[in-house]
Design a protein around this ligand. Sequence first.
Ligand code: ARG
Length: 483
Amino acid sequence: MSQNQFDKKSQGWSALFSEPMSDLVKRYTSSVFFDKRLWQADITGSLAHAEMLATQGIISRQDLADIERGLAQITADIEAGAFEWKLDLEDVHLNIEARLTQLVGDAGKRLHTGRSRNDQVATDVRLWLRGEIDLINTLLIDLQTSLLEVAEKHVEVILPGFTHLQVAQPISFGHHMLAYVEMFSRDAERMAEVRQRVNRLPLGAAALAGTSYPLDRERVAKTLGMVDATGQPQVCQNSLDAVSDRDFAIEFAAAASLCMVHISRLSEELIIWMSQNFGFIKIADRFTTGSSIMPQKKNPDVPELARGKTGRVVGHLMGLITLMKGQPLAYNKDNQEDKEPLFDTVDTLKDTLRIFSEMVGGQFNPATGQKEGGISVNAEAMERAALKGYATATDLADYLVKKGLPFRDAHETVAHAVKAAVTHQVDLSELPLAVLQEFNPTIEKDVFDVLSLRGSLNTRNVLGGTAPRQVRLQIARHRQRLA
Ligand code: ARG
């Protein structure tokens, strides 16, 4: 293909075609308006490939120098917003290559030696996603830190713990926050594991079968930082698999979906807690909106949207996994459809993590050196609620077990006591000792130590339990882990 034909037809591949593409088909098949986002990865990959081609004597040192000069110019133009992206040139790869050839001539045309857009795009997506995973992991640390700070301040605050959304047992609010720290720490673990499989090099697979040029794929992998923990290069070992599978993107979307599901559960709790009927917490006004008709309202838009956006991310996971299903080996153009869901997953997750860190933990104020405007907790409302639902009934049962009653009998005895308390509209701890003794004569004055919320809390002193002592130990462990 001569330079002339390249220019005239404005396409990266066509000497063979007898008629031009219709505008509709061009629009339908081109991806440049979304995949231009991969430009930096594309240039990074090209530089590593060109350097290796020169080292292997496949292109000259002069070609390499020209390619480097041209790609530096393109980088500067893109950064300055001066690069002209052309729909006619289909995608980010052909746009950059065509411009390079325009800038440096034949050296630009040699860049594609031993390479295909099939291994090129797989490399670009992996490089780009690796960088995004690193950003996401930083954001996950921020969110965990915010939750940890709230936990630390509220170790002694008691709220009802629920099962079936029915009052179950009193718990520490700090403990409740730490449950989410656990979830997000596992999300970070998952991201780190996915990263290992993202960080492998497809380049060198060429179109599908490998290439006849003496490429040094491991060298390229090392240049691109595609190495394992011991510094060993990570190279896709089968050319067909290298260009065709997007399992790494699917895995990422699955990890992102789980993370969003955790966010969504937290959202749901925040929404419930800030409703007037609970009144447990407030979130700062800037995360809420008013109603156009009801002047008294403050709606929890941010948590609600996060809950809604979880559906969107899970949808992208479904889209990506369905995209893969039924594709024969090796590369198919179907795979171009991986980008928009993947990009949107990354954007949605990053924004959501950012906004939640701030909404939960507040924003750093340089004037005071403090974080301000995180969630505020109404400890009295929480304790009042915990006193409502006979949350210490299990504690009474445990007390009777310690007095020698079999647990099942103790459970039954306490059910009677709760019934009596309901009838008299009092808490278990408000029943007189004489009344409690009617249910079981072994009950003594010390029963009131466990019937109080705080007494109940302190008894749950098992590893992972809600006793303040345990919660503090967990906070210290997390602090160390995140340091
Ligand atoms: N834009 C394409 C994609 O996203 C690049 C690879 C095109 N390869 C091809 N043989 N048409 O997958």
